[in-house]
Each structure stands twice: as structure tokens, then as C-alpha cells.
Design a protein around this ligand. Structure first.
Ligand SMILES: [Zn+2]
Length: 341
């Protein structure tokens, strides 16, 4: 029996186990329920009692050898390819590599920036935690304005030095006006915060792009032309805009701007509520009080400002009807924007 076992050991050591199929055959041949090791244990019954102990030990050593080879190789396969590529199939298709996608808000934000940079607007950024002066006072918000209420704004600090999460990116424009001499032509994209109950139509944070243009002789006609250009670039050449009088503390006169509904070609559908138009932004001529508060002579300079919600533009462009989808990180939603640049 000893001779038989030595031969078996040599055979085991010379087996080719260089791929998973060969390793599995190896396991069946030696360690399986009908394998060679099991066979040896069966034969043990026929060995005389006084030799059983020694023979048992020999058979154990065969089992251990086969198990060691099997386990080592199995582990090597689990850890990935070894240095030995001799049995590697080079024609095998590569593993799928999944590219990520840009978030729809980033896609549209970038598009808005591209459109305005083509007509000379620079990009400005500012802090998300803002003091009262930059968020409210410099922008002509009276002390009793409802936006200053705890119900509407997240205050970080109340009292002498009030600090809040900015409610709009107009605060960036104040900082620009304080630090730069006209002509100023800039947009400020960024995240803003409002104390709102979260629903399909409202969220406690969203993204804005606000624009500011200040120079000598800037008129309402310049504002209208700039926004018409934007609408055509964003929604297509057939896009039209209409302006409705409105009120904002920091602009005078002020208007809200609607763009023609591209879904129904202004014929009326449930998205535009059968009006043929969709609201996209607010705008106006910068209030002289705001210019003066920021150290700009309102008798020499005039300017316009506008602000839009990136979520709103994205909603219109991609027909997203629930604001919450943007921050849920659901891949089924995000992967739909694969083709967007
Ligand atoms: Zn419509």
C-alpha cells in the first residue's frame, strides 16, 4: 500500500490545475465522494489491524496534500489572475466598465454658464453662509420683510451679527459690486436654502444662477434681448419670451419671464396649464438704492439683474415633475441622463 500511495502522491503533484475547470476535475478525481482518497479509506478495511494505524496516517497525508493543492489554487483564482498567463484567454471580452453620469442639475448648470459666457459673462462665487448685509440689507429688503422670518430662512446665528444660509445668490452680486468697478457682467451659480416643507414642488435647498450687468446706459431693452437670447439657446430657436410686471425688493421695474411651451408649441397642454407659456425666471433693472448701497454711482451707472432656478429649467428641459428626485440619489433616475453631456 505504501508504494501505491507514493505513486498517487506523485500523480497528484503533477496534475494540471491551471484553470477552474481543471481544478474542479482534480477535486472530483481525488477528493470527491468517489475519488481516490475515499477509495483508499475503503481499502483500509482490508488492512490487518496491526498495520491500520500506519496506513491510516499515510492515507491522511495523501488527503492533506490534495486538499492543500486544491485550497491554494482556489484561493489564487479568487484573488484574481496570477502571474502565470499561460492559460489566459486573451480573446475573452473585457469586463464591462460602467461610466458614471453627470447629475442633471450639473448638466443644466453647465449649459446655462456656457450660454452666458458666450456673450461675455464671467462666473462669480461666494459663501453659502452669509451675513444679513449681503443677503438682505444691501439688497433693499426692509427690516420687516417676510424673508427675514425664521419660517422662511435658516438662521445660523440670530442677534447682533445675524448669519444665515443664503436664500439666493444675489448676495454674491453684492460682493461683486462692492469690490469691482463697472462695467460688471457676471453670473453667480450656486446652492441656496429656504425653510420650506419638502414636497414635489418645494425643497429646503435648490440651485440658482443669477446674472448682473452694470455699465453706462444699460436699458431694459438690453435685459429683454439678453433673456431672449438665453431662451433660444436653451430651449431652441423657436422659443419666445413674455414678461409680466412683478415685484422684487432689489429691482425696479421688475418682471417675471415666461418662455413659450416647447412641448405643445404654445398650443396649450397640461404642462403649461393650457397657457402656452412656462415661468422660468425673475428679473429687473437694479434698484438705484442697491447700486448706492454697494458704492456705485446710480446717476452714472445702471444695470439689470435676473435669477433663475436650475431645477426649474431642468424640469422643463427633461420633464422632471418631482423636485425630490434630484436629491434622492436613485440610480434609476440618474442613469437616464447618460446621453446628456
Ligand atoms: Zn404646453
Amino acid at each position: 500500500m505504501q508504494e501505491q500511495i507514493e505513486k498517487l502522491k506523485q500523480e497528484i503533484q503533477s496534475e494540471d490545475v491551471s484553470n477552474k475547470e481543471l481544478l474542479e476535475s482534480f477535486r472530483i478525481k481525488y477528493l470527491g465522494s468517489k475519488g481516490a482518497v475515499k477509495g483508499l479509506y475503503k481499502e483500509l478495511k482490508t488492512v490487518p489491524n496491526e498495520e491500520k494505524r500506519a496506513a491510516g496516517q499515510l492515507i491522511n497525508s495523501v488527503r492533506e496534500l490534495a486538499e492543500e493543492i486544491f485550497n491554494n489554487q482556489k484561493e489564487a483564482f479568487e484573488q484574481g489572475p496570477s502571474e502565470d498567463y499561460s492559460s489566459f484567454d486573451w480573446s475573452r471580452p473585457a469586463q464591462e466598465f460602467k461610466l458614471g453620469t453627470r447629475h442633471p442639475i450639473s448638466v443644466v448648470r453647465k449649459e446655462i454658464i456656457d450660454i452666458f459666457s458666450r456673450i461675455g459673462f464671467t462666473v462669480s462665487e461666494g459663501p453659502e453662509i452669509e451675513d444679513d448685509w449681503h443677503n438682505f440689507s444691501a439688497l433693499n429688503f426692509p427690516p420687516e420683510h417676510p424673508a427675514r422670518d425664521m419660517q422662511d430662512t435658516f438662521f445660523v446665528e440670530k442677534g447682533e451679527k445675524e448669519m444665515a444660509l443664503r436664500t439666493h445668490t444675489s448676495s454674491v452680486q453684492v460682493r461683486i459690486m462692492e469690490n469691482q468697478k463697472p462695467p460688471i457682467r457676471t453670473i453667480s451659480p450656486g446652492r441656496v436654502y429656504r425653510n420650506e416643507a419638502i414636497s414635489a414642488r418645494a425643497h429646503c435647498f435648490f440651485h440658482q444662477v443669477e446674472g448682473l450687468y452694470i455699465d453706462k446706459d444699460v436699458s431694459f431693452a438690453d435685459l429683454k434681448q439678453t433673456l431672449l437670447y438665453f431662451a433660444k439657446e436653451m430651449f431652441g430657436d423657436k422659443a419666445e419670451i413674455r414678461m409680466r410686471p412683478s415685484y422684487f425688493p432689489f429691482t425696479e421695474p421688475s418682471a417675471e419671464v415666461d418662455v413659450s411651451c416647447s412641448i405643445c408649441n404654445s398650443k396649450g397642454c397640461n404642462v403649461c396649464k393650457y397657457t402656452g407659456f412656462l415661468e422660468i425666471l425673475g428679473c429687473g433693472m437694479v434698484d438705484p438704492n442697491v447700486l448706492e448701497a454697494c458704492g456705485i454711482d446710480s446717476k452714472v451707472y445702471s444695470g439689470f439683474a435676473f435669477g433663475m432656478g436650475v431645477e426649474r429649467i431642468t424640469q422643463l428641459k427633461y420633464q422632471v415633475n418631482d423636485l425630490r428626485l434630484y436629491s434622492e440619489n436613485d440610480k434609476r433616475f440618474l442613469e437616464q441622463f447618460k446621453s446628456a453631456f
